[in-house]
Ligand binder design. Structure first.
Ligand code: DGI
Ligand code: FE
Ligand code: FE
Length: 402
């Protein structure tokens, strides 16, 4: 087994780290990649305004999740769990003791690589780990890199591999923090990391969450979910906008409802229930135990209370999971878009996609009937609002066969 160990302050983790992590996984054929944020870096003071360890750990976790390699890339808090300066020698020794059979690769950027012989106990580091150094393709780092490689091999018997990272983002963390404090820097960050920074007001960002522009709203929403759901949410946004154009609903509201509709999907039952209490949402017996039914309600509350969305967006999100009797056009659009956005793949989805642009009510009924059938097949209780949606449509002359 090959394990990559990528340390650093991750202050904040940016697209350069992401590109390097991807390149290392591919070049070294890693089975695992551990991102290890330093608690107290030995070689430099943490600058003023550095977020607490828990936030740097969470941001590094978002970067690991961004790779979409769930059992491969993960963040590890081992340096933060240990008191005192975060010496790499201790870290690689600990990982070696946990995984004695594994081949360890220490991943380092240019500056770190060129000074590696000055770190604490380089011989102990290099006893346990090989070194993989990232370098920028355009720069004339090649000679200095080759000299350092030769030195580490000669003095410590180290194994060193140099890998060029195409498109390595040319940004220093210092500069990035300055940009963030001025309300810039988005282009250097993965959206979910950027959203985390905005949501928590890190690095002197003072984003007004109630009046965010679309890129910032997306970033905040994506920061609240796992990366694997982001494609779905992007699909719902696009589909909701197309449907709004077709059926004459407000495009901006459809878009914002799409962006936010699943933002609380990853909260546990306890947190869902706490939010419902906080915002005064009453729940019936089924809702109190069916966690999947709660994210539409809590998502609506967060959209309105945190992101300042209007009533129409609130209700579209509120009803997007069960639907209900007598829905507004925007509510129907979000429900149907959620069902048939481009990433959805189930038997009958093509028919639903076509119907959504011919007859919105029939598409809605087809969605509701499909859900009812699925609940029956899976022996799950059907929510009364799901049934009420069907009955209302049928009472109003809408017909569809599933
Ligand atoms: O959040 P998404 O996955 O994008 O989609 P969604 O908001 O429609 O949620 C789908 C989940 O909601 C799915 O696990 C089934 C559940 N659900 C929808 N209607 C009912 C329901 N669960 C029960 N028990 N009863 C319903 O009527
Ligand atoms: Fe949902
Ligand atoms: Fe959804």
């Amino acid at each position: 087994m090959k394990i990559g160990i990528y340390g650093g302050t991750f202050n904040p983790p940016h697209l350069g780290h992401l590109a390097a992590a991807r390149a290392a996984i591919a070049a070294l054929d890693l089975d695992r990649l551990m991102l290890v944020p330093a608690a107290i870096p030995p070689h430099k003071e943490l600058p003023e305004g550095t977020p607490p360890p828990a936030d740097r750990l969470a941001m590094a976790g978002k970067l690991a999740d961004a790779l979409l390699l769930p059992r491969v890339a993960e963040v590890d808090s081992l340096e933060m769990d240990r008191p005192g300066p975060s010496y790499t020698a201790d870290t690689v020794e600990l990982i070696h003791s946990r995984e004695p059979e594994a081949q360890l690769w220490l991943l380092v950027g240019s500056d770190m690589f060129l000074t590696l012989h000055t770190w604490k106990e380089p011989e102990r580091i290099l006893k346990y780990a090989s070194v993989c150094a990232f370098h920028r393709t355009q720069e004339d780092e090649a000679a200095r890199f080759a000299a350092q490689k030769a030195r580490l091999e000669r003095d410590y018997g180290a194994r060193v591999q140099l890998i060029p990272v195409p498109g390595l983002v040319e940004i220093s963390s210092t500069r990035l923090r300055e940009l963030l404090a001025r309300g810039e820097g988005r282009e250097y960050l993965h959206p979910s990391v950027y959203g985390y920074i905005l949501l928590h007001g890190l690095y002197g960002t003072h984003a007004d969450l109630r009046h965010l522009e679309l890129p910032e709203l997306r970033a905040c929403s994506y920061a609240m979910m796992r990366e694997k759901r982001v494609a779905h949410v992007q699909g719902v946004e696009e589909e909701a906008v197309r449907l709004a154009r077709r059926w004459g609903a407000d495009e901006t509201m459809a878009r914002r409802a799409g962006i936010l509709h699943d933002c609380t999907k990853y909260l546990e039952l306890e947190d869902q229930l706490a939010l419902c209490r906080k915002y005064g949402v009453e729940l019936d017996a089924l809702e109190q135990q069916a966690v999947k039914l709660l994210h539409s309600k809590t998502g609506a509350c967060i959209a309105r209370a945190v992101f300042g969305e209007p009533e129409e967006v609130y209700w579209a999100i509120f009803w997007h999971t069960t639907a209900k009797a007598d829905m507004t056009t925007l509510e129907k659009i979000l429900y149907v878009a959620d069902y048939m956005e481009p990433n959805r793949d189930f038997e009958g989805v093509e028919r639903l996609r076509a119907l959504a642009y011919e007859d919105l009510d029939r598409a809605l009924l087809l969605g509701v009937e499909t859900t009812i059938q699925e609940m029956i097949d899976r022996q799950l209780p059907i929510h009364s609002n799901t049934l009420a949606a069907r009955d209302w449509l049928i009472d109003h002359g809408v017909r569809v066969t599933i």
